[in-house]
Write a protein that binds this ligand. Structure first.
Ligand code: SF4
Length: 141
């Protein structure tokens, strides 16, 4: 698989795509059923809101050998801040209209919008449970 990766320009200051590259290497999430080697042939942003440049950038990566265009989860799932791109569907459709169905289009990399937030939430819930348990215990005894 030769991947052309497109990301949200709004999140580039806060995310160097470390996890995206890791899950590609480990073939997880969007890449879990890929048997062939995964090679990233290019990475680019959408070009900024409203993301029109994503279309020409996807086309350029196909010209340079990409057989798969991947929209990172910052665009479609809102990683890492829980705010998905409001233009994601339009962007996806416009890219598909240009590259056609001979090139795969994957619309996410990581499933959860923020693994860190999820872990933190679970941690807080477990702390709350502990506090509740203590309160109940103190009330009873
Ligand atoms: S168009 Fe969407 S993906 Fe691109 S910078 Fe704006 S919010 Fe991010």
């Amino acid at each position: 698989m030769k991947v052309g990766l497109i990301r949200c320009m709004q999140t580039e200051d806060m995310c160097p795509m470390t996890t995206d590259f890791k899950i590609m290497r480990e073939k997880k999430y969007a890449f879990e059923n890929v048997e062939e080697d995964i090679e990233v042939i290019g990475v680019n942003t959408c070009g900024g809101c409203p993301g029109k440049k994503a279309v020409t950038r996807a086309v350029e990566m196909v010209k340079r050998g990409a057989d798969t265009i991947v929209l990172a989860s910052c665009i479609t799932k809102g990683n890492p801040i829980g705010f998905a791109c409001p233009h994601a569907e339009q962007m996806k459709q416009a890219i598909f209209n240009k590259i056609g169905d001979t090139v795969r289009l994957i619309d996410y990399t990581i499933k959860e919008y923020s693994l860190i937030i999820k872990v933190e939430q679970e941690h807080i819930i477990s702390l709350l449970n502990t506090a509740l348990f203590r309160n109940m215990f103190n009330t009873l005894y």
